[in-house]
Design a protein around this ligand. Structure first.
Ligand SMILES: C[S@@+](CC[C@H](N)C(=O)[O-])C[C@H]1O[C@@H](n2cnc3c(N)ncnc32)[C@H](O)[C@@H]1O
Length: 216
């Protein structure tokens, strides 16, 4: 599971390391594509993309997060409200933000992707594994340089409730309750893309956590 709470604290965001996402993005997007990263946080992915030689514009609604971005143009905005009046070869909507439990909210995020993607560009979306929470057994794994412990896991239909402890040893420990993120079926995902003027080009990985969408 990726760090996915929209309210993840700055201290935790600063500690988390990239976990293969920059390489995936670099592989999927043509070299010349300028990248718009929506919900960049403190730049865990931004900085790695810059190091790979990519041009990135980084957007977040939290000014404290944006203060940590170094080397990319930053924009303080809610994704839903963003209207830069220009388009990008690659638009990123990661960190499971698309798992918004409210359908209108989800479509508003994807419409922003649509507004900002070039006619021949691509949108990369990262979502929760559709199987998330089906097995309520508490689990522990290392991700992004931190130990993630998931417990109090409950799936009610499509809604997932769980508590995650992020254990970074001497650097800190954070506990967050995720209340009711919506685990999207493939059909729901495709319907939200369609409602936003996008269509699926392909799933990137076997678990279908990542997809490429293009404008209709
Ligand atoms: C969990 S963090 C992930 C940051 C980064 N994508 C990463 O993978 O390290 C999610 C970020 O998205 C931002 N965010 C969440 N919802 C947003 C919205 N509707 N508009 C703008 N930023 C948003 C939060 O402020 C936070 O910085």
């Amino acid at each position: 599971m990726a760090p996915s709470d929209p309210g993840a604290p700055v201290g935790l965001a600063e500690i988390l390391l990239p976990a293969g996402e920059p390489e995936l993005i670099h592989r999927e997007l043509p070299l010349e594509a300028e990248i718009l990263e929506l919900g960049c946080g403190t730049g865990r992915i931004t900085h790695a993309l810059l190091a790979l030689g990519r041009r990135v514009t980084a957007v977040d609604m939290d000014p404290e997060m944006l203060e940590h971005i170094d080397g990319a143009e930053t924009v303080l905005s809610r994704i839903e409200d963003l209207d830069l009046g220009r388009t990008f070869g690659g638009v990123l909507l990661m960190s499971n933000l698309v798992n918004n439990p409210d359908e209108n909210g989800r479509v508003a995020l994807l419409r922003s992707c649509r507004r900002h993607v070039a006619a021949n560009g691509m949108v990369l979306v990262e979502r929760y594994d559709p199987e998330s929470g089906n097995d309520p057994t508490p689990g522990e794994r290392e991700f992004a340089g931190v130990i993630f412990r998931a417990f109090d896991i409950r799936r009610e239909g499509q809604l997932l409730y769980q508590t995650i402890e992020y254990d970074a040893g001497a650097r800190g420990k954070w506990i967050m309750r995720m209340d009711g993120v919506r685990i999207l079926t493939d059909d729901e995902m495709l319907a939200s893309l369609a409602a936003s003027g996008l269509r699926l080009l392909r799933w990137i990985d076997e678990r279908r956590r990542w997809l490429v969408a293009i404008p209709v």
